[in-house]
Design a protein around this ligand. Sequence first.
Ligand SMILES: Nc1ncnc2c1ncn2[C@@H]1O[C@H](COP(=O)(O)OP(=O)(O)OP(=O)(O)O)[C@@H](O)[C@H]1O
Ligand SMILES: [Mg+2]
Length: 249
Amino acid sequence: MTAVLSVRDMVVRFDEFLALDHVSLDVAAGESFGIVGESGSGKSTLLRAVAGLNAFEAGSLSINGQSYSGRSRSKEFYRTVQMVFQDPYGSLHPRQTVDRLLLEPLAIHGFDNVDRRIMRALDEVGLGSGFRFRYSHQLSGGQRQRVAIARALILEPKVLLLDEPTSALDASIQAEILNLLEQARRDRNLTFVMVSHDLGVIHHMCGRLAVMKSGKVVETVAADALEKRDFSADYTRQLLVASEGFRRV
Ligand SMILES: Nc1ncnc2c1ncn2[C@@H]1O[C@H](COP(=O)(O)OP(=O)(O)OP(=O)(O)O)[C@@H](O)[C@H]1O
Ligand SMILES: [Mg+2]
């Protein structure tokens, strides 16, 4: 497997607390990789450390064969790796128009043809041009999350880090957003790392997944293993039982 994202023995500590305890994973190009685990197990910390939002004190990270340590990241890294957060209210400035929100990353990274790119991005996330000059505080949660996704996609990234991207949304909107993410992944040959507490979502979206507990990866299994109950850790079984979303169990 040629890994587009490779994490080796990553350690993140907050004061004395070990939030990531030697975490390793490899994600292949074009793969959709899930991360599950109980609340506080370190899922967001892992994504944030990969994204450069949390420093890691030991271990290594490589993206597309390029190594990164601690917190230092190149500008190209910030284009290649994009993150979508759970809360679309917190992640978009409320007093900016959609146009401005989409223009900003393009300007930072020196993209040309900004009009065409903005229109295409709005189209891709199912928001027409009518949304372009709305303020983000005038949008619903689902529409905001579409803007957040457009903002990530507009930079033509290779890796999308998705931290509970639909858990703040109601079920019908959730399905629409997951479908558009999946479509974008196929069209653009993107690699996803997706955190969700909903094993049904992970089973639907991902080929493989890592199960986290207390800052460690307990096991890495194929998503099919959830259905076949083909995993080794008791903890995974408990998660499966606890996950309301996985109704096929
Ligand atoms: N900035 C921080 N400072 C101190 N402790 C932190 C910080 N960020 C996270 N932690 C702690 O690290 C642990 C892992 O947090 P993290 O947010 O990664 O969990 P999670 O698996 O994403 O949980 P959830 O499912 O609730 O989102 C928690 O105990 C949390 O309190
Ligand atoms: Mg989290």
